[in-house]
Design a binder for this molecule. Structure first.
Ligand code: ZN
Length: 506
């Protein structure tokens, strides 16, 4: 595609690449702000980033870009190449997103969401939803206008247009079709575990490990599972994330809690999973859609797989147990494999999504999905969110939410104008389970290898089956292609039931 392609294809690639050079520079400024920048830098940094974002948007929505896409679309010979056809399909999709919103709406959204984010933080601290409510009403109005600009299928709904930004092709109906049957099964599993007489010991989760040692352990594990430190970094931040400029410069962050080494380990493996995906994207396609990740859901599947399918498995702990005395002190040898494995898999319904376990996590997501679907669809007023939230937490998790801080004000997403985003977390869990089952079926000794600290086979499998394609396939095409089946809740349920029931003596 690059050497023999017609001039128009090359010109289109160069046009997209230049915008990517600018937007990836912005990503490094973002990373710097979260990890290194002194507080005093904030005002100038905001101006740097706003200017870069504006230039990127102008380029991505320019007439020149549209003309180049159209010229390649008309070129039958160029379009006969599958890679070029995929590139143009994705370029067309991005161009559509960039040009459909009037700039007045983009500016209004940026202005309102930056104020709403600030108001949300104050409202959360005061546990006062009424304070945030008028801002969320403004945001919902803008999001509905945004959805109308993007458009959605006749038999669809406004929420679909927002979700499509994060997960191409995702609709409320398709999400509900997976969530509705999944919910009672998860609730049944959690109820059985809570009623069980046997409880796994969480003793290791209270084991004090100095942060310097945890940092060394996190680095060691990230490297062993396949994160390349010659093409990436691991630093600290309040909220762990994965960013960077491209596949050869990937920036991870994690956080440490002296009282719980599993916090750092889980978040490091999670972010390293995102990082391994980024590093696995093809360098030859960098800066174009074929060098980018498919969707948030597919990205999340990579982080969840390393965090949960691998990092919470018995074979993983069997391997790590042998490494712990050297990494965090000889005393850690007193924990048996059973104790370590159990501590990584304690289930306990709680109020806070980001602190929840694998079994209850998706129930938290279902609450958010139902609320945002109803709010965007118009059947629920913003003022009614707290009571619906609290009712759903009672129904789904059996909890009485004590206040809005631990209820509907806990997440930042809505205050940033991100609705349609939450389901990608559960989609990630579903994709992860389905991909991992396919990997185990293709490589029967995979988990035996994990017990010996061999992670390369899984990483290589993910590299060739998922990472190498960039955005060549849509999320649903990729799942079908890699696993031979459409997305299903069965692998996730098999994963959870198969692991947790025995741990709880069921
Ligand atoms: Zn993630």
């Amino acid at each position: 595609m690059t050497t023999t392609a017609p001039a128009t294809v090359d010109a289109l690639i160069r046009h997209i690449e230049e915008a990517s050079l600018l937007s990836s520079s912005n990503a490094i400024l973002d990373w710097d702000q979260e990890t290194m920048m002194p507080q005093g830098g904030i005002e100038w940094r905001a101006r740097q980033q706003a200017l870069l974002a504006r230039i990127v948007h102008e380029r991505a929505s320019s007439i020149e870009r549209g003309d180049l896409i159209e010229a390649v679309e008309r070129d039958r010979e160029a379009m006969a190449d599958a890679q070029t056809a995929a590139l143009v399909r994705e370029a067309r999709r991005d161009y559509g997103k960039a040009t459909k919103l009037p700039s007045s709406l983009v500016e209004e959204m940026t202005r309102i969401s930056s104020m709403a984010k600030h108001e949300w933080a104050l409202a959360r601290a005061a546990s006062d939803f009424a304070r945030f409510s008028p801002w969320l009403e403004k945001l919902v109005g803008l999001l509905r206008a945004q959805a109308d600009c993007y458009g959605f299928a006749k038999d669809g709904e406004r929420w679909d247009a927002l979700a499509d930004l994060y997960e191409p092709g995702c609709t409320a109906r398709s999400v509900a079709a997976v969530f509705d049957p999944l919910r009672p099964r998860l609730q049944g599993l959690v109820a059985d575990l809570m009623a069980a007489k046997t409880k796994p010991s969480g003793e290791f989760n209270d084991y004090l490990v100095p942060i310097a040692q945890q940092e060394e352990l996190s680095r060691f594990v990230a490297e062993r599972i396949g994160f390349d430190f010659n093409r990436g970094r691991l630093d600290r931040s309040t909220h762990p994330f994965c960013s960077g400029s491209h596949c050869n410069d990937v920036r991870l962050t994690t956080r440490y809690n002296e009282r719980c080494v599993n916090d750092a380990l889980g978040s490091t493996m999670h972010e390293a999973g995102h990082g391994i995906y980024e590093q696995g994207l093809p360098f030859a396609r960098v800066g174009t859609p074929l060098g980018e990740s498919v969707s948030l859901g597919i990205h999340e599947s990579q982080s969840r797989m390393w965090e949960n399918q691998v990092g919470r498995s018995r074979p993983f702990w069997s391997w790590l147990r042998g490494e712990l005395p050297r990494a965090i002190g000889a005393d850690s040898a007193r924990f048996s494999l059973d104790q370590l494995y159990a501590a990584a898999n304690v289930v306990e319904p709680g109020f806070i999504r980001v602190e929840s376990d694998e079994a209850t996590y998706n129930l938290h997501i279902m609450v958010r999905f139902e609320i945002e679907r109803a709010v965007i669809g118009g059947s629920l007023e913003v003022a009614g969110i707290p009571s619906v939230w609290n009712k759903l937490y009672k129904d789904y998790l059996g909890l009485v939410v004590p206040d809005d801080r631990r209820g509907c004000l806990q997440d930042i997403h809505w205050s940033m104008g991100a609705m349609g985003y939450f389901p990608t977390y559960t989609l990630g869990n579903l994709y992860a389970s389905q991909f991992f089952e396919a990997a185990c079926a293709e490589m029967p000794g995979l988990l035996d290898g994990v017990a010996r600290g061999e992670f390369t086979p899984l990483k290589a499998w993910l590299n060739s089956n998922i990472h190498a394609h960039g955005r060549r396939f849509t999320p649903s095409e990729l799942v079908q292609r890699v696993t031979g089946k459409p997305l299903s809740p069965e692998p996730l349920m098999r994963h959870l039931e198969g692991k947790l029931r025995p741990l709880y003596g069921l």
